[in-house]
Design a protein around this ligand. Structure first.
Ligand SMILES: Nc1ncnc2c1ncn2[C@@H]1O[C@H](COP(=O)(O)OP(=O)(O)OP(=O)(O)O)[C@@H](O)[C@H]1O
Length: 341
């Protein structure tokens, strides 16, 4: 559906040349939700803006739906761009226009006749859940509602691709979740391919099928979300994965855990995919003469299963504990013994 081939973007600044994107190759399949994650300055915005040629690559080609966008002239480029909608962190709405008029705007530009336009706007209002707010102005809406207008406007011309540039970064966690749910809904209902950039792992884990990790203009790691979570290779990826799997208070809590379980061993278990934590704990208690206490944990659901960390304390004879640890290791669970008695 989309491929970037050997893409580079170099900006000329007063201080010299800045390479924002450095030889990136990417392939995104139709219907996929593809996330690009990286810290500020990694080149994510530049990369996503090259997908619709808001930013022209210095080198390399951008191919969307079999068209080489990077070599199109302005008229055909304008047409090709109608296939690609985009939403932004700060919504980019027209403040003097109502919700209805904002959504209608791209249809007016595309020359859609009045009656058809009106009908389409009403459909879109319904699709994004803004019934009853059509005559409101953006300043009268919450952040989440503003982004819903942004989404409706981006979908007006029935694009095949939706680009999301930090679309939830200005929203609180609950509103973020509702917008992410809407994106999944649209992806499923319309078969839309979605590419999003974010610095929040939560966004990736909640809705993405594929993830690419970006650092200093390059993609340093990529793959299906579950695989990258299971086996993060780069330090940067490990940091992002930790964001959503390790309880924040982990390090500070170690000494307290040790004090509370002076005679046992504390294990850190990492679960990935369908491997649920509960059956394992039950099996441990039933099979071995040990006491198992759950100390703390954070198991999160990702698109294709669950992922997370659980700290447990085992008490009992050393032999039995050793056997229990071998048993856990034989399952698809990573084990780290973080403290001995
Ligand atoms: N128009 C521009 N002119 C000059 N340099 C630019 C321009 N746009 C981006 N850059 C530089 O390119 C690099 C990548 O920026 P980019 O905005 O793509 O990163 P990002 O990962 O999206 O970060 P952020 O989330 O902070 O925007 C940075 O060093 C930035 O200063």
């Amino acid at each position: 559906m989309i491929s970037l081939k050997d893409i580079r973007k170099v900006f000329k600044t007063k201080d010299g040349l800045v390479t924002a994107v450095d030889r990136v190759d990417l392939k995104i399949e139709e219907g996929e939700i593809f996330g690009v994650i990286g810290y500020s300055g990694a080149g994510k915005s530049t990369l996503i803006r090259m997908l619709n040629l808001l930013e022209r690559p210095t080198e390399g080609s951008v191919i969307v739906d079999n068209q080489v966008l990077s070599s199109l002239k302005s008229k055909s480029l304008r047409k090709a761009r109608q296939e690609i909608g985009m939403i932004f962190q700060h919504f980019n709405l027209l403040w003097s226009r109502t919700v209805r008029e904002n959504i209608s705007f791209p249809l007016e530009i595309a020359g859609v006749a009045n009656a058809e336009r009106k009908q389409r706007v009403e459909e879109l209002i319904k699709l994004v859940g803004l019934e009853g707010r059509g005559d409101s102005y953006p300043s009268q809406l919450s952040g989440g509602q503003k982004q819903r207008v942004g989404i409706a406007r981006a979908l007006a011309n029935n694009p095949k691709v939706l680009l999301c540039d930090e679309a939830t970064s200005a929203l609180d966690p609950k509103t973020t979740d509702s917008i992410l749910d809407l994106l999944v809904d649209i992806n499923e209902k319309l078969g839309l391919t979605i590419i999003l950039i974010t610095h929040e792992m939560h966004v990736i884990r909640k809705i993405c099928h594929q993830v690419a990790v970006m650092e200093a203009g390059r993609i340093v790691e990529q793959g299906p979300v579950l695989e990258v979570f299971r086996n993060p290779k780069q330090q940067m990826t490990k940091e992002f994965v930790k964001q959503i799997t390790e309880p924040e208070e982990t390090t500070e809590a170690f000494s307290q855990m040790l004090a509370e379980h002076p005679n046992g061993r504390i294990l850190q278990l990492t679960f990935v995919g369908e491997e649920a934590e509960r059956p394992l704990i039950t099996q441990l208690i039933r099979t071995f003469e040990i006491e198992v206490n759950i100390v703390q944990g954070k198991i999160t659901k990702i698109h294709e299963g669950s992922y997370g960390t659980l700290f447990i304390a085992l008490n009992g004879e050393n032999d039995e504990i050793d056997k229990a640890i071998s048993f856990i290791k034989s399952k698809r669970v990573e084990v780290e013994v973080i403290a001995h008695d």
